[in-house]
Design a protein around this ligand. Structure first.
Ligand code: ATP
Length: 279
């Protein structure tokens, strides 16, 4: 059964303190204040959603947590340890896996080779390619994860031939290679068809049951509200409110944040499950 695909999380759920803690993070790009003092706590073992209108700072916050951007001020702690300003590879090695709004797979390599690059990510990628395919054990592990996301049948296909939704599933398998404790997914359902969104949601739930913690940026409100234990809403660079989905959905401040921007209005009011705002 699929459950064997992902190893159990070594850290017990319920350990004291949040797994991820962000305090007062600010970041400006020239005159644009992308983050104005964002704070967030992600409890261990939960599926947390991060929503907000376009431009509210979600991706910038993701980039700072995972080391792809530097914060002007504020702190990020992982499992109680300060990780502010560490390089992406260090944060990755500490158990944070991250996917991107626009997938970062190697289109001209096979699906399996993409996975093998992930297994050897601690080395420089070109060195691992020169070395050739991974060990039998690495290939088996890669195939196991491809089976988990439903892509085993495409292992020999070029990654560039996959549909957009399949690429997102490949990226999920890719980050799972490192067996991260925290998975940060940036718009996993953006541009993905409903069948694959269902498949993705199922995989996320299974992984969560096995102890993985999630922080998910997503515009698909139906997915967020049905999947997440906790939802945080960003507006103008800070986290406006955090709570259970039903509370957040009913919070007038949240509606106001969305209603201020016409193109987001339908997302929250109708919770209709359509994706929007994806790039
Ligand atoms: N590298 C950058 N240079 C200049 N401005 C940037 C940069 N990155 C982000 N911004 C600006 O910072 C603000 C926040 O952007 P960000 O992408 O974090 O928002 P978001 O909530 O993720 O939006 P979306 O939902 O559209 O992805 C926006 O005004 C954006 O234009």
């Amino acid at each position: 059964m699929r459950k064997t695909a992902v190893r159990q999380s070594p850290s017990p759920v319920g350990q004291a303190g949040p797994l991820l803690e962000v305090q007062g993070v600010t970041r400006s790009f020239g005159g644009v204040r992308a983050l104005t003092g964002a704070s967030l706590a992600v409890p261990r073992g939960r599926i947390c959603g991060l929503i907000g209108p376009n431009g509210s700072g979600k991706t910038t916050l993701f980039n700072i947590i995972t080391g792809y951007e530097r914060a002007d001020a504020g702190r990020v702690r992982l499992d109680g340890k300060e990780v502010t300003g560490l390089a992406p590879e260090r944060i990755f090695a500490m158990g944070v896996g991250r996917t991107f709004q626009i997938t970062r797979i190697f289109a001209r390599l096979s699906v399996l080779d993409n996975m093998l690059i992930a297994t050897q990510r601690r080395e420089r990628w070109w060195r691992s390619m020169l070395r050739g395919a991974g060990s039998a054990e690495e290939v088996e592990r890669a195939m196991e994860l491809l089976r988990f996301v439903g892509l085993a049948g495409h292992a020999r296909a070029l990654a560039g031939e996959l549909s957009y939704g399949q690429r997102k599933l490949l990226e999920l398998a890719y980050v799972l290679v490192a067996d991260p404790e925290l998975l940060m997914l940036d718009e996993p359902a953006g541009g993905v068809n409903p069948t694959l969104i269902g498949q993705l949601a199922e995989r996320i739930r299974e992984l969560n049951e096995q102890g993985k913690t999630f922080l998910i940026v997503e515009h698909n409100m139906e997915l967020v509200m049905s999947l997440c234990d906790q939802v945080s809403v960003m507006s103008f660079g800070s986290v406006l409110v955090t709570g259970p989905p039903e509370e957040v959905r009913a919070d007038p401040r949240v509606l106001e944040a969305y209603l201020g921007l016409d193109d987001e209005e339908d997302d929250l009011v109708e919770s209709g499950g359509g994706t929007s705002g994806g790039r």
